[in-house]
Design a protein around this ligand. Structure first.
Ligand code: PLP
Length: 478
C-alpha cells in the first residue's frame, strides 16, 4: 500500500510514528489509559485537523486527495466523505435546492427524507406506493409513475431510493432520461448499493445510469465503520457549490479520523479485491438462495424479484419469505438468535432479511442454511397457501402543511375517534408494507381514518406514533 493509494490512513500512520506530544484534541491525547485496552490503538488514530491532516470542510491536502480517489473509484465528478451516515448526504441534497422547491419522492423513502424536507422547507410530491404481489413489499419505483407525475407537476428535483432496503433496484437509466428531458436533476439514495460499483454482475450503479447525485451509506455494505458515507456528484453536475455549502452547514467540525481512514482504506481495498470477493459472494448467494428456496415453508425469491419495475436484485440481500410457515418472521428471527446464535438484519410478519457480506465464508452461509433447515423440520406444519394478510396500500395522502411547517407547529394528542379531518403531527406506518399512511402535516381524511381503523382492527404492527395502539394520535393545533 503506497501513501498515495490511501492518503488519509497513511498520513495518520506517519503522525503516529513521529511520536509527537499531543497537546490538542481529543481529550484522550492518544494516551488513553481511561479507554479499554482494545481501543487504545484506535485512540492513536483519533486525531484532529492539525497541520498535515487537512480539513474536511476545506480540503486541500490528504482529504482532498482521498476524495479525488473516491470520485475516481465511483466514476463521479466530485465526491465527499460523510461522517454522519447517508442521512447527512440526503439532508445536504435537500438543503442545496433553491427555496421553495418541490421534490418528487417515493412514499416508501427512508425517514431521512422527512428530515431533509423539514430542514429545507421543500414540499414533497409523492410517487404512489407500488406493492409487489409475491412479497407484499414496495420494491421499486416505476418509470411510468415518474413520467406521469412529471407531466402533471412542476418539480425542481426527483429524489428516489434505489436499491431498497431489500436490495431491489429501479430503472434509474430511464427515469433519469425522463427527468433530464425536462431539465430536472435526479438524486438517488443508494445507501445500500456502494458495492455495486465493483462488480459488473451486481445491479447497475446509479451514477453510471445517469443520476446527477448519489448518496452512499458506505458502512452498510463495505468494510467501513458505522456512520461512514459518501456523497457523489455526477459529471456535469451544475450546483456543486450549493451542495458543498449545505454539506458544510450540516457537518461536524470534529470529524472522526478513524472513520475517514476506514473509508479511505475500504475504497482502496475494493479497488484491489472487491471484484474477487463480490464474485465469491455471488456464487454463494446463487447456491444458497436455491437451497433455501427448496426448504419446506420457506421461499427465497432472489432474481425472481426482477419484474414489475424491479431491474436488479442485490445477491447479498437474502430475503426469505416465511408466509407458508405457521410461525411469523418475527418468531423465526427470535429462534435464529436464541437457538442458533444468528442475528438477521430485519424480520417482518412474513419474512426475514439476512444481509450477507462479501466477507462471509462458505461455512457462514452453510450455518445459516442449516439453521433454517432445522427450523423448517421442527415446525413441520406448513400451509399450502400464504398465511399472512395481504397488506393494504394506504390511501393517497393529502398534504396540507409542508413537513417543515408541521414540524414547527404546536400539537396535542386526541383520541383517534375524534381525529377525522384533523392534521396529523406524527408518522403512522403499518408493517407490512411499511409505507406511511400519514406524515406530519397530512390530513386524516375519511378514507385514511377508515384505513387506520382497519389496521387497528386486524392488529397489524404500527410504527411511528408514540401510541402504538392508535387509541390516540397527535394532531396539529390548527
Ligand atoms: C434506504 C436508506 N436510506 C438512507 C438510510 C440512512 O443511512 P444512515 O443510517 O447511514 O444515515 C438508510 C438507513 O438504514 C436506508 O435504509
Amino acid at each position: 500500500m503506497t501513501p498515495s493509494s490511501t492518503p488519509i490512513y497513511s498520513a495518520l500512520n506517519r503522525y503516529i510514528q513521529e511520536n509527537i506530544l499531543r497537546l490538542h484534541m481529543p481529550g484522550h491525547a492518544g494516551i488513553a489509559p481511561a479507554l479499554p485496552h482494545a481501543w487504545q490503538n484506535l485512540a492513536l488514530f483519533d486525531v484532529t485537523e492539525i497541520p498535515g491532516l487537512d480539513d474536511l470542510h476545506l480540503p486541500i491536502g490528504i482529504i482532498e486527495h482521498a476524495e479525488r480517489l473516491l470520485a475516481e473509484a465511483f466514476g463521479a465528478q466530485e465526491s465527499f466523505f460523510l461522517v454522519n451516515g447517508a442521512t447527512s448526504g440526503i439532508h445536504a441534497l435537500f438543503l442545496s435546492l433553491p427555496s421553495p422547491a418541490k421534490v418528487l419522492i417515493p412514499r416508501h423513502a427512508h425517514r431521512s427524507f422527512f428530515g431533509g424536507l423539514v430542514l429545507s422547507g421543500a414540499h414533497p410530491v409523492y410517487l404512489p406506493a407500488e406493492i409487489d404481489n409475491e412479497t407484499g413489499l414496495s420494491l421499486a419505483t416505476s418509470v411510468t409513475a415518474v413520467e406521469d407525475l412529471l407531466a402533471r407537476q412542476e418539480v425542481q428535483a426527483v429524489f428516489l431510493t434505489s436499491p431498497t432496503f431489500y436490495g431491489t433496484t429501479s430503472n434509474i437509466r430511464e427515469i433519469a432520461a425522463a427527468a433530464h428531458r425536462r431539465n430536472i436533476p435526479v438524486f438517488i439514495d443508494e445507501a445500500h448499493g456502494a458495492h455495486f460499483y465493483f462488480h459488473p454482475r451486481y445491479p447497475d450503479p446509479a451514477l453510471s445510469s445517469g443520476a446527477d447525485s448519489v448518496v452512499h451509506g458506505m458502512h452498510k455494505t463495505l468494510p467501513v465503520f458505522n456512520q461512514g458515507g459518501a456523497l457523489h456528484l455526477g459529471h456535469g453536475f451544475r450546483f456543486a457549490d450549493r451542495v458543498k455549502n449545505a454539506f458544510s452547514l450540516l457537518t461536524t467540525t470534529s470529524p472522526s479520523y478513524p472513520l475517514l481512514a476506514s473509508m479511505d482504506l475500504a475504497r482502496h481495498f475494493m479497488q484491489q479485491h472487491g471484484q474477487e470477493l463480490l464474485d465469491k459472494g455471488l456464487q454463494l448467494a446463487g447456491e444458497y438462495r436455491c437451497k433455501i428456496d427448496q426448504l419446506p415453508g420457506f421461499s427465497c425469491p432472489g432474481r425472481r424479484l426482477i419484474k414489475n419495475g424491479v431491474t436488479g436484485a442485490d445477491p447479498l440481500k437474502i430475503l426469505v419469505l416465511t408466509d407458508k410457515m405457521n410461525i411469523s418472521g418475527f418468531e423465526i428471527g427470535r429462534i435464529l438468535r436464541q437457538h442458533y446464535n444468528i442475528q438477521v438484519e430485519i424480520e417482518g410478519d412474513h419474512y426475514i432479511l439476512a444481509m450477507m457480506s462479501m466477507f462471509h465464508q462458505p461455512s457462514d452461509w452453510e450455518r445459516f442454511y442449516r439453521a433454517l433447515q432445522a427450523i423448517a423440520k421442527d415446525q413441520q406444519s406448513h400451509t399450502a397457501n400464504s398465511r399472512y394478510i395481504r397488506p393494504v396500500v394506504p390511501p393517497a395522502p393529502l398534504v396540507v402543511k409542508s413537513p417543515r411547517e408541521a414540524f414547527q407547529s404546536a400539537s396535542r394528542r386526541i383520541p383517534l375517534a375524534q381525529a377525522r379531518n384533523r392534521v396529523s403531527a406524527e408518522i403512522v406506518a403499518a408493517y407490512p408494507p411499511g409505507i406511511p399512511a400519514l406524515l406530519p402535516g397530512e390530513m386524516i381524511t375519511g378514507e385514511i381514518y377508515d384505513y387506520l381503523s382497519y389496521i387497528r382492527q386486524i392488529g397489524v404492527r404500527v410504527q411511528g406514533p408514540l401510541d402504538h395502539t392508535l387509541d390516540t394520535i397527535a394532531v396539529l393545533e390548527i
